[in-house]
Design a protein around this ligand. Sequence first.
Ligand SMILES: [Zn+2]
Length: 360
Amino acid sequence: MGSQLRALIHQKQQGYLNMKKLLPTSTAGSLPKPSWLAEPEKLWSPWRLEGEDLVEGKKDALRLSLQEQLHAGIDLISDGEQTRQHFVTTFIEHLEGVDFEKRETVRIRDRYDASVPSVVGAVNRPKSVFVDDAKFLRQQTSQPIKWALPGPMTMIDTLYDNHYKSREKLAWEFAKILNQEAKELEAAGVDIIQFDEPAFNVFFDEVNDWGIATLERAIEGLKCETAVHICYGYGIKANTDWKKTLGSEWRQYEESFPKLQQSKIDIISLECQNSHVPMDLIELIRGKKVMVGAIDVATNVIETADEVANTLRKALKFVDADKLYPSTNCGMAPLPRAVARGKLHALSAGAEIVRKELSA
Ligand SMILES: [Zn+2]
């Protein structure tokens, strides 16, 4: 009986790997927070609780976010980024060498100005950032868990560097730190670790010079699956204005995909719903698993299941069915909760339509 039980536990732990379900659904990462935790529909939204109440509140929000994802039929569960204020800043706040009081205005992703903290000394991670949250989520569900971290290039793009005075040097330092965090997340039972690199759609020369190399440094030695999420950003005005300047065909992925195809990253997450990304660009990453964004995060209009299915069908021409992971274009943190919930349900329903077609 001992060995049977062990086998059962092992099977549960390896649930994701054994899960033969086609088209497993997931979100790119963030989901709206409850209004008692943080001001809704806002990026960098300040917390509404403090001290112990905040610690408890974040845990409750994680539980809720898990339930909403399960209820919507999402297969690969994320933390909905309920315990972080922002996908980049919160990670950096936990590091030494960055002064949050000393702020400078820089241009983020060549697109909009923001007041950002300064790197004033050697950066390092005195203790883990998200590992306790990951352990907590792991206790709550036996579903596979995906955890997002910022990528090295996107991190340096959100800072003023007055110490290394080299974007590349700072990126390598962050890659080492991310690798430490990723290894601890893996040990905590996270099945997929995702790095968010929206900056890959902007700084093409750097992507190819050292962007992908630093990303590979961040995943060094990991046994769990790894993903990189590259997108056109949250549905905020600076991003939607930028998109208007990109013309009728968005070919940005063309710059990073050939090298990513050669990289050790397992999964590539891109934005496909309502975007002008030509689907055939997916051909450039043939062989990789692809998280296909089939939910537009820049509109409150909820997709129909048929619209989602249509996007997935188009993607299937360029990615094998067993490698297609339906997802959202980007995070949904700034959306109204009911809208995000509706979009999660649409994603599941759309994936189910195509799943049935594939098994017919
Ligand atoms: Zn994104």
